[in-house]
Ligand binder design. Structure first.
Ligand SMILES: [Zn+2]
Length: 65
């Protein structure tokens, strides 16, 4: 997701609750940044935070199945 698009998305979302269903790598003028961004609310995540969320999601999925 493009950096400026993410910022717009963040403004539009207005800090509503979001469970961040889909994270994408963030890029700016064709260059990837090191962050990930939620396509729904525009919140930025570091790689460490994304890995942590992946683990939490995996755990959740395991406990539901
Ligand atoms: Zn989100």
């Amino acid at each position: 997701m493009e950096y400026l698009a993410a910022q717009k998305q963040k403004d539009a979302w207005e800090n509503k609750p979001c469970d961040h269903p889909h994270l994408e790598k963030e890029y700016y003028v064709g260059c990837y940044l090191i962050n990930f961004v939620c396509t729904q609310c525009g919140k930025e995540f570091t790689i460490a935070e994304k890995l942590e969320m992946d683990l939490i999601l995996k755990k959740k999925r395991r406990s539901f199945s």
